[in-house]
Design a protein around this ligand. Structure first.
Ligand code: NAD
Ligand code: IPM
Ligand code: MN
Length: 358
């Protein structure tokens, strides 16, 4: 197959983890005989520092043309006091909206060998394998009106959802559940918020077309608690934009490290794939970041954007193989034993992709 893949490395550890994922993609191309036309473009602080907008027009055009997009992270503390539209994060919000990437799939599972890497007891973590389906282009992040009062004495954001916005992401969650354990937990705050009551109504209606999938509703505070004490009880977790942002970082901690989590942002056209973590300025440029979230995002890219299921599984098996053989980045080593750098971990995974050919 011939496919064009656009890399958007971005800021902080973004370029390091994307380089690792690129290495693995090249190993996949060599092993399976594909031609990947890989190019890259500026986004976030990396674009701002060149005097460009956080999402330059040329980047957005390249994204529209690409078969798939792999993003590292955006965010740079030096822009913390800039107005919202001149912050690196504005690029991410804009590209999601421009490409209508309304469904964000964030899988979190316990990898073999990492049963003790996180803060939970291994017996609590055992069997954890969930998929958070986060609505990505609505809710508080995009609702209007937003802003400050003229005299600066208050500020406001708007939480708004239309039936259509809820319906289309709910369908994605039910479809995903059919390929898994056929359970959807829809998470909201229906005891307080109108948007959540609408959410619950629409999800229930969509659920009626999926009688083979069990649907339960859960309040978001309860869900946060249950994620920590019974993470294995979840299959698909369907929720709105901000709740999904928060719960997915929690899921990262639960399975051992935020650095492990991949994501796929899907709409009706080409998808964007990115690790759940941010630019991690505290560890940037040190070759210690965990590249697995980015590499597993590349696996999701192969699966969801290019339809290359075998190749996606090969990458996931290579990650599993590396972890089972004891490869650990610093975040997973917990101070014990030798850890691998970002590059060495990506290489260990790429080597397994290659070696599996013989
Ligand atoms: P973060 O996700 O960057 O980091 C949180 C913590 O997790 C840090 O201690 C970091 O060192 C650690 N961590 C994150 N990824 C890791 C990895 N791959 N390996 C090992 N450790 C890892 O969140 P933050 O520090 O709150 O935010 C930093 C910047 O990133 C901010 O500007 C924020 O807006 C941005 N951000 C961007 C994205 C994105 O691009 N998708 C996501 C979240 C945050
Ligand atoms: C994420 C990030 C982004 C979000 C920020 C950087 C805009 O935290 O992708 O999880 O909140 O969606
Ligand atoms: Mn987040």
């Amino acid at each position: 197959m011939n496919a064009s893949i656009l890399l958007l490395p971005g800021d902080g550890i973004g370029p390091e983890v994307v380089a690792g994922a690129e290495r693995v993609l090249r190993a996949v191309a060599a092993r399976f005989g594909h031609q990947f036309d890989i190019s890259s473009a500026l986004i976030g602080g990396a674009a701002l520092s060149q005097g460009q907008a956080p999402l330059p027009d040329s980047t957005l055009e390249a994204a529209r043309r690409a078969g798939a997009i792999l993003l590292g992270a955006v965010g740079d503390p030096s822009y913390d006091t800039a107005p919202p539209s001149e912050r690196p994060e504005a690029a991410l919000l804009a590209i999601r909206r421009e490409l209508a990437l309304y469904a964000n799939l964030r899988p979190a599972r316990v990898w073999p060998g990492l049963e003790s890497a996180g803060p939970l007891k291994p017996e609590v973590l055992a069997g954890t394998d969930m998929l958070i389906v986060r609505e990505l282009t609505g809710g508080l992040y995009y609702g209007e009106p937003r802003g400050y009062a003229d005299d600066g004495s208050s500020a406001h954001n708007t939480m708004r959802y239309s039936r259509l916005e809820v319906e289309r992401v709910a369908r994605r969650a039910f479809e995903a559940a059919r390929l898994r354990r056929r359970r959807v937990t829809s998470v909201d705050k229906a005891n307080v918020l109108e948007t959540s009551r609408l959410w619950r109504q629409v999800v229930t209606a969509v659920g009626a077309s999926y009688p083979d999938v069990t649907l339960e509703h859960m309040l978001v505070d309860t869900c946060a608690m249950k994620l920590a004490y019974a993470p294995s009880s979840f299959d698909v977790v369907l929720t709105e934009n901000m709740f999904g942002d928060i719960l997915s970082d929690e899921a990262g901690a639960v399975v051992g490290s935020l650095g492990l989590l991949p994501s796929a942002s899907l709409g009706d056209a080409a998808g964007l794939f990115e690790p759940v973590h941010g630019s991690a300025p505290d560890i940037a440029g040190k070759d210690i970041a965990n590249p697995i979230g980015a590499v597993a995002s590349a696996a999701m890219l192969l699966r969801h954007a290019l339809g290359l299921e075998l190749e996606a599984v090969a990458v996931e098996e290579a990650i599993e193989g590396a972890l089972t053989s004891g490869a650990r980045t610093a975040d997973l080593a917990g101070g014990a034993g030798q850890s691998l750098g970002t590059r060495a971990m990506a290489e260990a995974i790429a080597d397994r992709v290659t070696a599996a050919a013989v």
